[in-house]
Write a protein that binds this ligand. Structure first.
Ligand code: FES
Ligand SMILES: [Fe+2]
Length: 355
């Protein structure tokens, strides 16, 4: 199989396990890298992730409930704390010393619940992506969600780092005219943790979503800045400013501004959880602006989902065939290169540890 279709997992990295608000509603069952997990808050409000398999008879802990002592298995009532240790066995005073389930490092920050699926000793919190905008509702009101996609998680990274698809897949919404995209001034450069894609579409007609958002009357200078952070995050900034206002010199001036955080957490080799958050940097005091952006953007992600799921099927039908690269793949290529460096480093560490 070509690695374009199925990339191995990078285990020693932070992935989004859930949005913080999902845990406010109770426990969450989620499979990550083929491992079924239960994610919940303990009585102190601290997020925890455990394997979703009770050590007594293997029932899923998601069949149970969260109590003041921890999560209670729904089969015979064993209770496990956030570290995975069994703290109570109904009907007996002692707890067997081998009564525990696997726990995973979890960090809740800026409304993300990040999980580390690899070696817990390597779980370095300084590697968690900083995203303070979730804490700035006055400047960046936002809305976020997630949905499943049946494709390898790197299909999403490819999708986001090759924006020449916008004019074709999303022509009626955020994309606009395909010629504007294929003619965009594009730069792609490596960064320490991934790559940065910058596109300028000068003096171009604004797409319908932009006009609805801020009422552009004429052409705009439009920028898209997409940063890939390996293995599975893309931080997006999009800007539209009336033509002739010097957009390149001053990105911060009034216009259309939005930020998106995209993340693809692998569920299996051929499926992932797509998390995204979108924030509007315009009409911040008008909740309908946030809702409108969400309502306009969400269907475009369903358009991406549809094409990725069919693409996955086609590639799976004959995975040995090489894919052809074109100029628009420059950033995608850099992203894959960084991912492959991470995979190679992780595999080298595993080999060294086994010797
Ligand atoms: S299987 Fe969980 S308590 Fe028996
Ligand atoms: Fe898209």
């Amino acid at each position: 199989m070509t690695d374009t279709t199925f990339e191995p997992f990078v285990r020693n990295a932070w992935y989004i396990a859930a949005w913080a608000e999902e845990l406010d509603d109770g426990l969450v069952g989620r499979t990550i890298m083929n491992e079924p997990l239960v994610i919940f808050r303990d009585a102190d409000g601290k997020a925890s992730a455990l394997e979703d398999r009770c050590c007594h008879r293997g029932a899923p802990l998601t069949s149970g409930q969260v109590t003041s002592e921890g999560i209670e298995c729904g089969y015979h009532g064993l209770i496990f704390d956030g570290a995975g240790k069994c703290v109570r066995v109904p009907g007996q005073d002692n707890v067997p010393s081998n009564a525990w389930v696997r726990s995973y490092p979890i960090v809740e920050r800026h409304q993300f619940v990040w999980i580390w699926m690899g070696d817990p000793a390597k779980a370095d919190e300084s590697l968690i992506i900083d995203y303070p905008y979730h804490e700035q509702p006055d400047k960046w009101p936002h809305r976020k969600t997630m949905f499943p996609i049946k494709a390898n998680y790197m299909m999403m990274m490819d999708n986001l780092m090759d924006l020449s698809h916008l004019g074709y897949v999303h022509g009626k919404t955020i994309g606009g005219n395909p010629n504007v995209h294929t003619g965009a001034e594009t730069t792609a450069e490596p960064t320490e943790r991934g790559c940065l894609l910058t596109r300028w579409m000068m003096d171009s007609p604004p797409p319908p979503t932009y006009v609805k958002a801020v009422g552009f009357k004429g052409n705009i200078d439009r920028a898209q800045i997409f940063e890939y952070v390996a293995p599975a995050s893309v931080i997006q900034r999009s800007i539209g400013i009336d033509v002739g206002k010097g957009a390149r010199e001053n990105l911060e001036q009034p216009g259309l501004h939005f930020r998106l955080f995209h993340h693809a957490t692998p569920e299996t080799e051929t499926s992932f959880h797509y998390f995204f958050s979108m924030a509007n940097g315009y009409r911040q005091d008008d909740p309908s602006a946030t809702q409108q952006l969400y309502d306009e953007t969400y269907p475009t992600f369903l358009e991406d989902k549809e094409i990725m799921e069919i693409q996955q099927q086609r590639l799976e039908n004959d995975p040995s065939r090489e894919l052809v690269n074109i100029k628009a793949d420059q950033a995608l290529f850099l992203a894959r290169k960084k991912l492959h460096e991470m995979i190679a480093a992780e595999q080298a560490e595993m080999v060294a540890a086994a010797e």
